[in-house]
Design a protein around this ligand. Structure first.
Ligand code: FAS
Ligand code: PHB
Length: 393
C-alpha cells in the first residue's frame, strides 16, 4: 500500500476536475486528480457542444481560450422553429452576449494538455475509490491504481468532481442531503455525422413527431439530436430512419432550406433528467458539476454549470488553504443559486420543445414559441439564460 499527500484530492478528470486542478495550481495550491476511466476514454466521450459567454471569458482569462477562438464557432443566436415557421433569436442584439460552439472533448483535451505542461499528478484507471474522514481535518481518498495497487491520498480537502455515478454524491450522509429529481418521458438520440452543417447556427425544432436539434462540431461535422421515447433501444433506429425523421422535423424542403445527410460516425441514446442535490458540501468534501446536479441538455447548461461551479469552488478552496473558511461556508449556497437557475431554464426549454402527444400541451407550446419569437421580453429572457448569467451572480 502506498500513502501520499496533497492539499486537494480531486475525484474525477472530466471538465470540472481538470479545470479545478488548473485554477488551484494558478494560486499555488497543489492537487492530485484521480480518474476511473483511461485518459483516452475521457477525451473521446462525445458530450456537450456549447460554451456560454462567461465560460469563454473564464477560459480566456486563464490562457485556455486560444483554440476556442481559432477552431470553434462564435454564434450570435439560435433558430427556434415549428412547422412553417423559423425565427432567429439574436442574443447579441438582445443581451449583448454570444455563445461558442466547441465540443467538450476538445475542451477536455485542452485542459489535459495544460495540466501535463504544469506537471499535474494524475491517477487514471483507478478503481474502488473510497472517501474517508470527511468530518475530520484529515480526510483521505483510497483507491486501487491501474496496476491494482492500494493507494491512499491524505489531504486537507476533497473535491467531488466525479459526475453522476461517482462516490462523492453518496458520501454525503443521507440524513444531511436533500435530492430533487425529475425523469422526462423522452430521451435524445444523438448522432455525430460526417457532413457539413446545413445551418449557420443551431436550429431547435418543435414538431408533432417530436423535437429535433441541428448542432455542429466543425465545418465538416454535424451534431444532431432527435426526441425518442425514454428507454428506446438505439438498434431500432437505422441511419436512414434517423435522417428521414430529422428531415421531417427540421423542415427539409421548406422555404428552400435543405438538410444534407451524410455518414453517421456515432449514435447514442441520452436519457433526459433533472437532478439537484443539496448541499454541495459535507465537511471537507465539496462537490462540483454533474456530481451535484444534472440538467436535460436542451438548454446547453451541463458543461457550463460544471465550469461555473469550479470557478466558485477554486476560490473557496484557495481561501480555505489560506485560513479564510468563509468562501467555503458559502460555496454551496452560491453554486446552488446558479444550479437552480439553470435547472429551471433547462426544464423550460425542454418542456417548451418536446411533444408528449397531449394536444392541449401542444397548443401551449406553440403559443409559448410564438411569444418568445415575437416579444422582445420573451426573446431577451431566453437570450439571458442561454448565454449564461455571470459566474457567482
Ligand atoms: P463528468 O461526468 O464529465 O466527469 C466526471 C468524471 O469522474 C468522469 O470522467 C468519470 O469517469 C469520473 N469518475 C466517476 N466515478 C469515479 C470514481 N469512482 N473514481 C474516479 N473517477 C470517477 N451537456 C450539455 O450541455 N450538452 C450536451 O449535449 C450534453 N450531452 C451529454 C451526453 C451524455 C451521454 C452525458 C452523460 C452528459 C452530457 N452532457 C451534456 C452533460 C455533460 O456535458 C456534463 O455536464 C459534464 O460532463 C459535467 O462535467 P463534470 O462535472 O466534470 O462530470
Ligand atoms: C451539442 O452541440 O451537443 C448541443 C448543443 C446545444 C444543446 C445540446 C447539445 O442544447
Amino acid at each position: 500500500m502506498t500513502t501520499t499527500r496533497t492539499t486537494v484530492a480531486i475525484v474525477g478528470a472530466g471538465p470540472a476536475g481538470l479545470l479545478l486542478s488548473h485554477l488551484l495550481a494558478r494560486e499555488g495550491v497543489e492537487s492530485i486528480v484521480l480518474e476511473r476511466r483511461t485518459r483516452q476514454y475521457v477525451e473521446a466521450r462525445i458530450r456537450a457542444g456549447i460554451l456560454e459567454a462567461s465560460s469563454v471569458a473564464l477560459l480566456d482569462s486563464i490562457g485556455l481560450g486560444e483554440r476556442i477562438h481559432r477552431e470553434g464557432f462564435e454564434h450570435r443566436g439560435i433558430y427556434l422553429q415549428w412547422p412553417g415557421e423559423r425565427h432567429h433569436i439574436d442574443f447579441v442584439d438582445r443581451v449583448g452576449k454570444s455563445v461558442h460552439v466547441y465540443g467538450q472533448s476538445e475542451l477536455t483535451r485542452d485542459l489535459g494538455r495544460a495540466r501535463d505542461a504544469a506537471g499535474q499528478r494524475f491517477f487514471y484507471g483507478v478503481s474502488d475509490t473510497v472517501l474517508a474522514g470527511l468530518d475530520t481535518d484529515g480526510p483521505s481518498v483510497s483507491f486501487r491504481d491501474e496496476r491494482g495497487e492500494q493507494v491512499t491520498i491524505d489531504c486537507d480537502l476533497i473535491a467531488g468532481c466525479d459526475g453522476s455515478f461517482g462516490p462523492s454524491r453518496e458520501s454525503v450522509p443521507e440524513s444531511k442531503r436533500r435530492i430533487w429529481e425529475r425523469s422526462y418521458p423522452y430521451s435524445w438520440l444523438g448522432v455525430l455525422a460526417e457532413v457539413a452543417p446545413s445551418t449557420d447556427e443551431l436550429i431547435y425544432a418543435w414538431h408533432p413527431d417530436g423535437f429535433a436539434l441541428h448542432s455542429m462540431r466543425s465545418e465538416s461535422v454535424s451534431r444532431l439530436y432527435l426526441q425518442v421515447d425514454a428507454g428506446t433501444d438505439i438498434a431500432e433506429w437505422r441511419d436512414d430512419r434517423i435522417w428521414d425523421a430529422l428531415a421531417v422535423r427540421l423542415g427539409d424542403g421548406e422555404a428552400g432550406w435543405h438538410l444534407t445527410a451524410g455518414p453517421i460516425a456515432e449514435k447514442s441514446i441520452l436519457p433526459m433528467r433533472s437532478f439537484v442535490m443539496e448541499p454541495m458540501r459535507h465537511g471537507r468534501l465539496l462537490l462540483a458539476g454533474d456530481a451535484a446536479h444534472i440538467v436535460p441538455p436542451t438548454g446547453a447548461k451541463g458543461l457550463n454549470l460544471a465550469i461555473a461551479d469550479t470557478a466558485l469552488l477554486a476560490e473557496a478552496l484557495v481561501a480555505f488553504t489560506k485560513g479564510d473558511a468563509s468562501p467555503a461556508e458559502h460555496y454551496s449556497e452560491r453554486a446552488l443559486r446558479r444550479a437552480w437557475r439553470c435547472t429551471h431554464f433547462s426544464w423550460w426549454m425542454t418542456t417548451m420543445l418536446h411533444t408528449t402527444g397531449d394536444p392541449f400541451e401542444a397548443k401551449l407550446q406553440l403559443a409559448q414559441l410564438a411569444w418568445v419569437t415575437s416579444s422582445a421580453a420573451g426573446a431577451s429572457g431566453l437570450a439571458e439564460n442561454y448565454t449564461g448569467m455571470p459566474i457567482g451572480f
